[in-house]
Design a protein around this ligand. Structure first.
Ligand SMILES: C[S@@+](CC[C@H](N)C(=O)[O-])C[C@H]1O[C@@H](n2cnc3c(N)ncnc32)[C@H](O)[C@@H]1O
Length: 202
């Protein structure tokens, strides 16, 4: 069943504010894509589209997917302003039901977490299945954030395990905890830790 509750939650999350995220691409995305030949990319849980726009500006042909139409519309406006509207397809999916059909040269999922009907595990498995031969799967997740101090997030090893992959079909390129500075929803600078899983399909 599609999750009406999740759709309403995320549409309200984005609809309540003119802009939620910084508009800058995630730092790990920029680092990890260095040296990769651009091709087709899927941004799973694209939010307002800063990663998708950055990828399009760097030669990728991007499908940007999210449950929130409000977020996708905002992303499309930003992409038009950045002159890359023709390089991004915005696709509304509830990942508990579907993700865009692959294969893709890159599937990137950054902070695919949700307090409502979290589709994470099945969505990330579908994401791995959507990576074509020679392609890359990049999953970046919260590992420790002070504004969610009671939530236990998985380590990179646990994320990898949850993907239940055929180990013979993939090369592990990164399995790491990565500290960074971040700004809380209240505007305070804090230390956070992300987990990074980067895999290449053989
Ligand atoms: C924490 S935000 C991360 C956004 C972006 N990737 C970033 O790094 O800023 C999680 C995103 O996942 C999306 N999402 C949550 N549940 C979803 C679902 N069931 N199907 C599709 N997208 C979902 C939300 O709308 C939101 O944009």
């Amino acid at each position: 069943m599609p999750s009406r509750e999740a759709q309403e939650f995320w549409d309200q999350f984005y609809g309540d504010r003119a802009q939620v995220w910084s508009g800058r691409p995630n730092a790990v995305l920029v680092e990890e894509l260095e040296g990769l030949t651009p091709g087709t990319a899927l941004d799973l849980g694209c939010g307002e589209g800063a990663d998708a726009i950055w990828m399009a500006e760097h030669g990728w042909l991007v499908t940007a997917a999210d449950i929130s139409q409000a977020a996708l519309d905002r992303g499309a406006d930003h992409a038009a302003a950045a002159g890359v509207a023709d390089r991004i397809t915005w696709a509304r999916h509830d990942f508990s039901q579907s993700i865009p059909a692959g294969p893709f040269d890159l599937v990137s999922a950054h902070f695919l977490h949700s307090p409502v009907d979290d589709p994470r595990e099945s969505a990330l498995r579908a994401a791995a299945a959507a990576v074509g031969p020679g392609g890359t799967l990049l999953v970046v997740s919260h590992e420790a954030v002070p504004w969610h101090e009671h939530v236990v997030f998985p380590t990179a090893e646990e994320v990898l395990e949850s993907l239940a992959l055929d180990g013979d079909a993939w090369d592990e390129q990164r399995l790491a905890s990565r500290p960074r500075r971040a700004t809380t929803p209240d505007g305070v600078e804090v230390d956070v830790t992300d987990s990074v899983v980067r895999l290449r399909r053989r």
